[in-house]
Design a protein around this ligand. Structure first.
Ligand code: 3NM
Length: 234
């Protein structure tokens, strides 16, 4: 008796490796992510916390490694004092060392990070996905949230895949709803598009350029939050 029906013989391998304790789940978020800015420095984290943002990600790419630990440490400590949900992208060792709220990992880092250590230290885990297959893989880890990207074309990161669009996002959100794992949309989301993204029922909206390229950050955060609150969602 074969586990994979014939019609699925070309279905990609969705075996998840590097699973932490079997059956274990990563801790839940304290609150629904809502507006979820992704920024690349302590200065940005500080500024956004001062503006009332309570879910955010520190995603440092291409900086000298001696400055990274200090940025991460200070960000974690400040976020904690605001009781904010700060996720550290990639640097899971430093996230554990400094007691981060959570870590955000891509599919590749998922294979190499010490998930057992993340789990036993009580860190939350967010996972990036870019397809149905990646969602199935992410589900095996029962993460704290699943990011769905990229929804629209983005200038911020080079993406090997095509934008998913709102239709795929809607399907993925309904697929994931029964699991109770919160969803986060990312990629090309602007103030003008935030309402339609929210209407898919997604729990969080991750943004880079809509925040970091705005002429006035405070006005951008206020307007993005207003758009988010005004939007109808299931
Ligand atoms: N990850 P902006 S899209 C960092 O799909 C990142 O996984 C993506 O930036 C993914 O809001 C993306 O400026 C860039 O489009 C998001």
């Amino acid at each position: 008796h074969t586990l994979r029906p014939n019609s699925l013989k070309h279905f990609p391998n969705i075996e998840a490796t590097n699973l932490p304790v079997p059956g274990s789940e990563f801790p839940r978020l304290n609150k629904s992510p809502g507006l979820y800015p992704v920024v690349d420095s302590f200065k940005w984290v500080q500024h956004l916390l001062q503006l009332g943002v309570r879910t955010l990600q520190l995603r440092i790419k291409g900086k000298p490694s001696d400055s990274i630990e200090l940025e991460i440490k200070r960000s974690i400590e400040l976020a904690r004092s605001y009781q904010a949900q700060l996720f550290i992208n990639d640097h899971w060792q430093l996230a554990i060392k400094h007691g981060a709220y959570g870590v955000h990992l891509g599919q590749e880092d998922l294979q190499t990070a010490d998930l057992q250590a993340l789990h036993s230290n009580g860190l939350r885990l967010g996972i990036s996905t870019h397809s149905y297959t990646e969602i199935l893989i992410a589900l095996r880890y029962t993460p704290s949230y699943i990011a769905l990207g990229h929804i629209f074309a983005t200038q911020t990161k080079e993406m090997p895949s095509k934008p998913q669009g709102l239709e795929h996002l809607t399907s993925y959100v309904s697929l994931l709803k029964p699991t109770g794992i919160p969803t986060v949309a990312i990629g090309g989301i602007s103030k003008e598009r935030i309402a339609q993204v929210k209407q898919t029922g997604v729990n969080g909206i991750a943004l880079i350029s809509a925040i970091t390229k705005a002429a006035n950050t405070e006005a951008a955060v206020i307007e993005l939050n207003q758009e988010l609150e005004a939007a109808y969602a299931d």
